[in-house]
Design a protein around this ligand. Structure first.
Ligand code: MOS
Length: 731
């Protein structure tokens, strides 16, 4: 189905099942431990052996020696795969760093060996007998030493072009002449996804055919890329990932667990399971790169922005990509004169890549603090300042409208609900015993991305509707909203729908990334259901154009039959995918939010306690308010981590992230999080898809950290521009 005109009324609009706060249909399996994660899939193939990955102990240089003989003869050991056994394996386009093969070490904890044994303990024990020797060479590990790094393109999120400065109007002139100005620098640290389930894979060969049971957000990418890395045909590879214990972008791409499980299984001649140990994940896989951002804002005395500049520096391995922290600044506020740029330093730290809301998450940490500072300089309320500078068209392409944009409504609704009028503009003036109390606000912004997505829907003679798609559920609720979509389209109850996900034998979907999963995957199911409805009506001898589906029946022209009867003589199948036409060019599609936070800071110790959090989101039709709310409160929690605790500490001499475990890399726990209030503004975007939905999973994070930092400033009067806002910085 090609989607190239705004959606009219369609069966989803009945909102009989879609749009309801339905419990997760996979909830009982999750809570009873019967939804297995990759490493727990003991039943999929017999005779599984254990692989233990060894990571390099240097950040840059060469592995000069790896003596596998002692390990090979250790108890229980079945095989040792050494990176010196083979040339560097081909990179897929999604990987920047080598995953395995060859002597060159590009980053700390790059995989250099896999030991396969009968038990995990035997594999781990033998791994300590390898005694790797290295020739280390100097590396570049300090982003701050590379402020003159070259300009790069890609700030529009459309892939990198050449070096690029985005200019609109004359920023320098307008900024020089502006009555009120701000010129500040902000930093955000390297961060780790720190999802609960580690990267894990079981691999089994059957002749030249390989099956991997793994934990990955993007099945079709994974299949294509792993086949390339292993030098095999994708037709001979099956990837299965039905349940995923979190990803946050860390599982978008093939990682060493899959590659090494496959190599280990080939070497040992039997199935091998590999999990990256927690200490390995932080340096072996990807992370969100640190940024250094400079923001300049110029406004008239009336508070209208006339000049906006946002320049960001980040680093990555050679041939890597920038963190697109300037992305939202191109679209969020009006202002005739604009300058946007990104610089990319070459660093020899582990690979930087997507982590939840890449670009906007760290970008808004800076921009929305700058907006708070600018409002103060203007002596203007920060909510009012943002509303005043709203734009209803793309500021870089005048005349190009947003499909929908309710930022102002988000701010107004939130301010009223939060009691923003009780905020004292002068910082450091509200006390509650030993606590200093403040309120902060931030705008939230994240683009709505469109991806083709396929599904196959089957009706059988019991009246059961089975949906199959390689879409993944990373804890987000995909199973449930897909079931709701099929139930709505086919006019059946939710318990008549079976959803099967995450298997590369199913039609390729959008996958889970970039908050595009919900809208695109359900649109693919919608398209397949349109086909199935047609097949059902025809099978029942009814006019497909007039067929109505409800109560497990289809009716047209005064005649009605049970769906089960339509499939009496064989299953009926609808197989299709959603594809997007030119609408995406005509309209800017984005999602908007306003975040409000009340924070208390201990006047003696500087300890921060969040007291209240509110998110108001405008993100198209909300397919399931319960699972959407779960996404947003999870994102708000992640925002609290980003604001107050998360930081990978870089050892700038040896080039690695020091705090590579969950003891040293701090994320929020329940005790850190107050009640979180989430409001979804009513919206249905006819331009986004037939579902009229958008994404919320990343929007919920975008702006949260700045709202917290702004609340802390309002409480204390101390402005901390280097995240995370830890107590040592404001004492
Ligand atoms: Mo997201 S960072 O595309 O999982």
């Amino acid at each position: 189905m090609k989607f190239d005109a705004p959606a009219g009324a369609n069966p989803i609009d009945k909102l009989r099942v879609v749009g309801r706060p339905t419990d997760r249909i996979d909830g009982p399996r999750k809570t009873t431990g019967t939804a297995p994660y990759a490493y727990e899939r003991h039943d999929v193939v017999p005779n599984q052996a254990y692989g233990y990955v060894v990571g390099a102990g240097i950040a840059k240089g060469r592995l000069t020696r790896l003596d596998v003989s002692a390990a090979k003869s250790a108890p229980g050991v079945l095989a040792v795969v050494s990176t010196l056994d083979m040339d560097r394996l081909p990179l897929s386009k999604m990987n920047t760093a080598s995953l395995f093969g060859g002597a060159e070490i590009q980053h700390y904890h790059q995989a250099i060996a896999l030991v396969v044994a009968e038990t995990f303990e035997q594999a781990r024990g033998a791994a300590f007998l390898l005694h790797p020797e290295y020739q280390a060479t100097p590396g570049r590990f300090d982003l701050q030493a590379h402020e003159d790094a070259p300009l790069v393109g890609g700030s529009s999120g459309e892939g990198s072009g050449g070096p690029k400065l985005d200019r609109v109007g004359d920023f320098d002139m307008a900024f020089a002449q502006a009555s009120v100005k701000l010129d500040q620098r902000y930093t955000t640290p390297d961060e780790s996804h720190a999802m609960m389930e580690p990267h894990a894979t079981i691999a089994a060969w059957d002749g030249d055919r390989l099956t991997i049971w793994t934990s990955n957000q993007m099945i079709a990418w994974n299949k294509r890329d792993l086949a390339k890395t292993l030098g095999m045909s994708p037709d001979k590879l099956r990837v299965d990932s039905p349940f995923i214990g979190g990803g946050f972008g860390g599982k978008l791409f093939v990682r060493a667990d899959s590659v090494l499980a496959a190599l280990g299984a080939r070497a040992a001649g039997r199935p091998v399971k590999v999990a990256l140990t927690r200490p390995l994940i932080f340096n072996n896989t990807t992370h969100r790169p640190a940024t250094m951002q400079r923001i300049r804002l110029g406004a008239g005395r009336d508070g209208r922005l006339v000049a906006i500049a946002h320049e960001s520096l980040s680093g990555d391995l050679p041939d890597g990509k920038p963190e697109t922290a300037v992305a939202q600044t191109k679209l969020l506020y009006a202002g005739a004169n604009r300058l946007i740029s990104m610089r990319l330093a070459t660093l020899d730290l582990p690979e930087g890549n997507a982590m939840r809301a890449p670009g906007e998450a760290p970008g808004l940490m800076a921009l929305e603090m700058a907006m708070d500072e600018m409002a103060e300089a203007l002596d203007m309320d920060p909510v009012r300042f943002r509303i005043l500078n709203d734009t209803q068209t793309d500021p870089e392409k005048p005349g190009r409208p947003f499909s929908q944009r309710q930022l102002v409504e988000c701010l107004r609704t939130g301010a009223a609900r939060f009691g923003w009028d009780r905020r004292k503009p002068r910082p450091g003036t509200v006390r509650d015993g030993r606590w200093l109390v403040g309120m902060g606000v931030s705008a939230g912004f994240r683009n709505n991305l469109l991806q083709p997505s396929g599904a196959r829907v089957r009706l059988d003679k019991r009246g059961t509707v089975t949906v199959e798609t390689d879409m993944t559920d990373i804890g987000t609720g995909s199973y449930t909203i897909i079931a709701q979509t099929a139930a709505e389209m086919m006019g059946v109850e939710l318990d008549q729908v079976v959803v099967r996900l995450g298997d590369s034998d199913f039609p390729a979907s959008a996958g889970s990334g970039g908050q595009w999963g919900a809208n695109n995957s359900t649109s693919g199911v919608y398209a397949a259901c349109v086909k199935l409805r047609d097949a059902v009506a025809r099978a029942g001898g009814l006019d497909p154009d007039r067929a109505e589906f409800s109560g497990g029946r289809v009716a047209a022209g005064g005649r009605s039959i049970r769906l089960a009867d339509a499939a009496l003589h064989g299953d009926l199948v609808g197989d299709d995918r959603i594809e997007y036409g030119s609408l995406a060019k005509q309209y800017q599609q984005s999602t908007f939010a306003a975040h409000f936070v009340e924070a208390a800071v201990d006047g003696f110790t500087g300890e921060v306690r969040l007291r209240r959090m509110l998110a108001v989101c405008a993100a198209g039709r909300i397919l399931n308010p319960k699972t959407a709310r779960s996404q947003v409160i999870g994102a708000m929690t992640m925002g609290a981590g980003g604001a107050l605790m998360e930081e990978l500490a870089v050892d700038k001499r040896r080039g690695f992230f020091v705090n590579h475990d969950l003891a040293g890399y701090e994320v929020p726990v329940h005790a850190d999080i107050p009640h979180q209030d989430v409001v979804f503004l009513p919206e249905a975007d006819p331009v986004s898809s037939p579902m009229k939905a958008k994404g919320v999973g990343e929007l919920g994070l975008c702006g949260v950290a700045a709202a917290i930092a702004n609340a802390v400033y309002n409480a204390t009067g101390v402005r901390v521009r280097d995240y995370p806002v830890t107590l040592d910085k404001h004492l």
